[in-house]
Design a protein around this ligand. Structure first.
Ligand SMILES: NC(=O)c1ccc[n+]([C@@H]2O[C@H](COP(=O)([O-])OP(=O)(O)OC[C@H]3O[C@@H](n4cnc5c(N)ncnc54)[C@H](OP(=O)(O)O)[C@@H]3O)[C@@H](O)[C@H]2O)c1
Length: 318
């Protein structure tokens, strides 16, 4: 009766949250949640993707694996392309063959940042980096292959576990008197746990559809989506509001100081991106408009600063 979920990239920020924080009520309706990290399914070895799909036979596969090192991707564009694009195409083909729903995550870095208002899903893409190009090509493979898929485009992701900007700033503040942080890029720090919930919401809709097909009442906690799973759609999915890396760092370090994670407040200097010597070019403005997500899933994204406060409240070390 229940459905089977396969989570790929299970040791990343979103993947770990998917693998470990599914609501118990949802878990009760599932036959299985199988979670594989890179050790089991390596996206540089597409046959491992196909084999895992055949072994697990998921109704819903959630892909949280990705080559996410934006700087390093400039030196390894082919590797980033294999993981973020070519193998995503292989996964999409296999999901289609097996009639599985594919949930995938993409990035605000598909945009060039020249917009003066939050980006819509339909706005022209123009990635500035090797990472952004590889993620955009991954989206394009999904569109070409077809089948049942949903993409959540997000940005500035953080979690308690795993590497992210917020934790890096706190760690640097523990040992440095001064930090230079860019103040000319705007975005919205987004919690991995919420992105995981979105993926599981799609799984919840799949469970609900299964009940309906069988003429049974679906459990009441499941969201009611009479139209079924939105399919073949890209949704912007970021926290609400916007900030700069500078303001984000300042807030995080101040909260870490209050909590005792940082002993002395360092001087935090606003810096221009051009002065930082980054290899990868990043969009100056990558705020996403979440209206389509709000309408389709009838939800309100969390406000970015509240999420960061929650993160620091739960951090015991960085
Ligand atoms: N992080 C961000 O700020 C950000 C921003 C926008 C969009 N996104 C998107 O959101 C999704 C989730 O990102 P995240 O923040 O959870 O990233 P993450 O923490 O870096 O996790 C990515 C996971 O992918 C795995 N991975 C890397 N190369 C792989 C390979 N060859 N085969 C299989 N797995 C591989 C990593 O494995 P290891 O643990 O072994 O390294 C890691 O567990 C991704 O699609 C990402 O592009 C993230």
């Amino acid at each position: 009766m229940g459905i089977r979920i396969l989570v790929l990239g299970a040791n990343g920020q979103v993947g770990f949250s998917l693998a470990h924080h599914a609501k118990p009520a949802l878990l009760d309706t599932l036959d299985a949640v199988v979670s594989y990290g890179r050790d089991k399914v390596d996206f540089t070895k597409p046959d491992q993707i196909v084999n895992a799909m055949k072994d697990v036979r998921p109704d819903v596969v959630i892909n949280a694996s990705a080559y996410t090192n934006v700087e390093k991707a400039e030196d390894e564009p082919e590797l980033a392309r294999q993981v973020n694009a070519i193998s995503v195409g292989v996964l999409a083909e296999q999901a289609k063959k097996q009639d599985a729903v594919l949930v995938h995550y993409s990035t605000d870095y598909v945009f060039d940042g020249t917009s003066n208002r939050p980006y819509l899903e339909t706005d022209a893409t123009n990635p500035l980096s090797s990472y952004g190009r590889s993620k955009l090509e991954g989206e394009q493979f999904l569109q070409q292959v077809g089948g049942h898929w949903v993409v959540f485009r997000t940005g500035w992701v953080y979690a308690q576990r795993g590497g992210n900007f917020c934790k890096t700033m706190i760690r640097l503040a523990q040992s440095r008197d001064q930090l230079n942080v860019v103040d000319d890029q705007r975005g919205a720090p987004t919690p991995a746990s919420w992105l995981a919930e979105l993926g599981l919401t799609v799984a919840g809709v799949a469970v609900q559809s299964r009940y309906k097909t069988m003429g049974k009442m679906a459990p009441t906690f499941l969201p009611d989506y009479p139209q079924g799973i939105p399919s073949g759609e890209i949704f912007n999915a970021s926290a609400s509001g916007e900030t700069t890396w500078y303001d984000y760092a300042a807030m995080a370090v101040e909260l870490a100081l209050k909590k005792g994670l940082v002993k002395k407040m360092p001087q935090i200097n606003p810096a221009k991106t051009a002065s930082m010597g980054f290899k990868a070019q990043r969009p100056a403005y990558s705020v996403l408009n979440n209206s389509k997500l709000k309408d389709a899933f009838r939800l309100n994204p969390p406000e970015w600063s509240r999420g960061v406060k929650n993160l620091i409240a739960t951090l015991d070390e960085v």
